[in-house]
Design a protein around this ligand. Structure first.
Ligand code: MG
Ligand code: MG
Length: 257
């Protein structure tokens, strides 16, 4: 492991393979949550499902105890509708038509995997479906730019351009990030920026790419619980994320099944 500039850590092949293992466990946890999403289920119940899968694989939830205004108390972030990131699971019951975004992290053999998806609860409106589709596709576009020799700004600008072509918005103050032994390493990878700017990507960099998309505004607000970040205007938001390695052979998604 080589320490690079600005807290960027280059991983060797063996370390990337451990991160792939962590990513697979994290993907299983997210899949179990996805299968449990239905009207009446509480976000707290979804949280227990994710925690059980992670611990059954000898891994540990990465978000649990994460430092913040108060140590983060759960395994997942469970965001509903206008909530964008960092919502704490609890007694809230999902309703038909809700848009839910689940973010989850796993630590396995000392390395972190970080991934998120959005899904509808039963039937959603065409607008919600479009929002989810655009956010997922923005992630795919960002991943496709994770090529050695590209710069961070190439990833950021591609995501921003695609999202804004639908009239949607990206937040300014929440970003993708390097991931490895720590959940947040360098470089930061915003969902907005200029092509050709920023750090050059090189093999061994592992980065969580995470488009967050808002319907009405790029502005956000933090709720009184000090954790939940919502759209400023109460409009809908979605969030997709994968941890991805830059390799000689192109981008390698670490958090697929
Ligand atoms: Mg995440
Ligand atoms: Mg992340």
């Amino acid at each position: 492991m080589i320490a690079w500039e600005r807290n960027v850590v280059i991983k060797n092949q063996e370390e990337i393979e451990i991160m792939r293992d962590a990513g697979r466990i994290n993907a299983k946890a997210l899949q179990a949550v996805r299968e449990a999403i239905r009207p009446g289920v509480t976000t707290g119940e979804l949280d227990k499902i994710a925690e059980t899968v992670i611990r059954d694989h000898g891994a540990v939830p990465a978000f649990l105890g994460y430092p913040g205004p108060t140590p983060y108390p759960a395994t997942i972030n469970s965001c509903v509708n206008e909530e964008m990131v960092h919502a704490i699971p609890g007694k809230r019951e999902l309703k038909p038509g809700d848009l839910v975004s689940i973010d989850c992290g796993t630590v396995y053999n000392g390395f972190v995997a970080d991934s998120a998806f959005s899904a509808g609860v039963e039937e959603v409106s065409p607008q919600v479906q479009t929002l989810m589709d655009v956010t997922k596709q923005a992630l795919e576009i960002g991943i496709s730019k994770m090529v050695s020799g590209n710069r961070v700004g190439d990833v950021s600008a591609a995501i921003q351009k695609y999202v804004e072509s639908f009239g949607f918005h990206v937040p300014r103050e929440y970003t993708g990030h390097g991931v490895g032994r720590s959940m947040h390493e360098g470089p930061q990878v915003p969902n907005w920026g200029l092509p050709g700017r920023g750090m050059v990507l090189r093999p061994g960099m592992t980065i969580a790419i995470e488009p967050m998309v808002l319907v009405g505004t790029y502005r956000t607000r933090i709720q009184p619980d000090q954790w939940t970040v919502s759209s400023f205007d109460g409009s809908l938001t979605a969030h997709w994320e994968h941890s991805v390695a830059v390799t000689k052979n192109g981008p390698l998604v670490l958090t697929n099944l």
